[in-house]
Design a protein around this ligand. Structure first.
Ligand code: AHR
Length: 581
């Protein structure tokens, strides 16, 4: 296997040597020598630029080029050794990190989920059967609804009652289109029943009132015969609904009302106090968890926001409480999103992956602030909007956030999920944006057609990690480099499920080179290891309605030798295996 070495600005020869752990001594010295010499000539030619005539500078430029030419392709990269000690376990990987997000946006809800009972698309009470079947297979733990920015303009009363009496409004956030309110409370809860998932409701803080939100919760959860609970019964649901999570506002620092931390905190306390869940089954156990608005990026604005909310939490009294702090982080590189979701190459692949890995630092930074005010980690960090956000597909309504989903997104999803798993003690919820037809979707539909995306398959392969116990994996990933970008060659996590079975996920980020993997196991007598691997011909390979199986998981097995596993991962691949003992 060859390793291509690119000269990076600021890369010292000592750093170069650290990056090439598997190289033979002679190759290292030769590479180091060329690197050192070429850097000297590069620096000299830069220094002379503009200070002397081109004729004097030219020899330095030529020597720099010659030496640089000798520095790259040096030696083969070694196999990557992973060490997994199953006797050492960590936190539970909360199944809620595999949550989804369905906003009234573009065709995310209308057409993606809701086609109406009279549609020729096969449906159950208006909800499409093909989508339900696909989502059941990935065991969606919770769905965040109705937004997003939409949530702060949503008024629940317009979405209850007989279908022909629903109030028709507009959706000013997303394309200014008609919002028929045909998909309201009953339809959302029916959809959750059909897919077997919990509700994560985002209540309107921006343009609603605490009373409106409190009444919505009374309507949904009261068991006693109040006027509102009787209305729910009349609308077809006598028993109280269960609400798992309550988001108090969405991006209140921006589309949710442009609030300062202090203003938001005064709202948060009031909503937390008065928006109650009356469901008798949720009083002691299975209590509804309240999620406060948290940071939306990197920088002092966001650390100040987290500081303010967590400081208030530390001083909170009996009358209000929160159980989670939300974080939004899209992989976008720059706003407005300009990277395309199809028709890109290795440069955009590596840039997007570099950008996505930055969420690790962001989580660490905000976790550290949370640790200061909540050392017992009672408040979860809930990354309730994440994923790749690219330029709208040509010809689509820009307000609908339509993009394709490629092999790059599969790798991106795996890297993010692995980061959440490594922070499992604090990150106990996450919702990819968004479930269907919007941004980094699981499913794309067009009228009666439906296709499952590479990201869908990653979520499917990761099902065994839901509520599994984290097992630390140690490894020296080595480097995959492209241009001036250096990324770890591989990433990996491990976990033990409820039956004690060991699961391993290994991602090969390198889009050109396979990765030879050896897994040293302690505390387990491995007999076999089998699973699935997801890869594709190109980094921008996608599944389409016409060709839906370009990116599809296929079986893989590891060889077991002397208690060790050995397997080869294809370039740009996501692999999940379980170990039989
Ligand atoms: O997911 C699209 C939008 O991104 C959401 O509505 C908003 O919360 C975020 O800015």
């Amino acid at each position: 296997m060859t390793f291509t070495l690119a000269l990076e600005p600021g890369l010292t020869c000592r750093a170069l040597k650290r990056r090439l752990p598997g190289m033979q001594a002679r190759a290292v010295s030769f590479a180091e020598y060329c690197c050192l010499v070429s850097r000297r000539f590069v620096l000299a030619s830069r220094f002379l630029k503009g200070k002397t005539s081109p004729a004097i500078r030219r020899p330095f430029v030529i020597l720099a080029l010659i030496c640089t030419a000798f520095s790259p392709p040096v030696v083969a990269a070694d196999k990557v050794e992973l060490s997994v000690d199953v006797t050492k376990t960590g936190a539970k990987i909360d199944r809620n990190i595999f949550g989804q997000f369905a906003e009234h946006l573009g065709h995310g809800v209308y057409e993606g989920i809701w086609v109406g009972p009279d549609s020729r698309i096969p449906n159950t009470r208006g909800i499409r059967n093909d989508v339900v079947a696909a989502l059941r297979a990935i065991k969606v733990p919770n769905v965040r609804w109705p937004g997003g920015c939409f949530a702060d303009e949503y008024h629940w009363r317009k979405g209850v009652g007989p279908a022909d009496k629903r109030v028709v409004t507009l959706n000013p956030n997303w394309g200014g289109v008609i919002e028929p309110n045909a998909f309201g409370t009953r339809e959302f809860m029916d959809f959750l029943d059909q897919i077997g998932s919990d509700a994560y409701l985002s209540v309107n803080v921006g343009s609603g009132t605490p009373q409106e939100a409190a009444e919505w919760l009374e309507y949904m959860t009261a068991a006693q015969p109040t006027t509102l609970s009787k209305e729910r019964t009349a609308n077809g649901h006598p028993s109280p609904y269960k609400i798992g999570y309550l988001g108090i506002g969405n991006e209140s620092w921006d589309c949710g009302g442009n609030m300062t931390p202090d203003y938001y905190l005064s709202q948060l306390k009031v909503y937390s106090r008065f928006v109650r869940n009356f469901n008798p089954a949720q009083q002691d156990k299975q209590q509804m968890l309240k999620i406060a608005v948290g940071p939306g990026g990197d920088g002092p604005r966001w650390t100040e926001w987290t500081e303010a909310v967590m400081k208030a939490y530390q001083q909170h009294t009996w009358s209000w409480d929160i159980n989670g702090l939300s974080m939004h982080n899209y992989t976008v590189v720059q706003w407005p999103p300009s990277y395309t979701s199809v028709g890109f190459g290795e440069t955009e692949y590596s840039q997007i992956l570099k950008s996505t890995l930055e969420i690790d630092g962001l989580i660490s930074k905000h976790s550290a602030i949370m640790d200061k005010y909540d050392p017992e980690k009672k408040v979860a960090l809930v990354v309730d909007e994440w994923g790749g956000w690219y330029a709208p597909l040509p010809g689509s309504n820009p307000g609908f956030l339509v993009q394709q989903n490629s092999m790059r997104d599969a790798v991106l999803a795996a890297l993010n999920l692995n980061i959440f798993a490594r922070h499992a003690d604090r990150v106990r919820g996450a919702n990819i944006a968004q479930m269907i037809n919007v941004l980094q979707a699981m499913i794309i539909t067009d009228n009666e057609k439906m296709v499952l995306t590479p990201t869908y398959y990653v979520f499917k392969m990761y099902v065994p990690f839901q509520d599994a116990t984290f097992v630390p994996v140690t490894f020296d990933a080595g480097w995959y480099t492209h241009g001036d970008i250096a990324l770890p060659r591989v990433d990996a996590i491990a976990a033990k499920d409820a039956n004690g079975k060991l699961w391993l996920e290994i991602t090969n980020l390198d889009p050109k080179q396979p990765a030879e993997i050896e897994v040293n196991l302690t505390g387990i007598n491995a007999k076999a290891a089998v699973g699935e691997t997801l890869t594709a011909p190109k980094v921008d390979s996608v599944n389409t309605f016409d060709v839906p199986n370009t990116v599809l998981p296929k079986p893989i097995s590891a060889q077991v030798r002397g208690g060790k596993l050995a397997l080869t991962l294809e370039p740009k691949s996501v692999t999940v295996i379980s170990v039989e003992q």
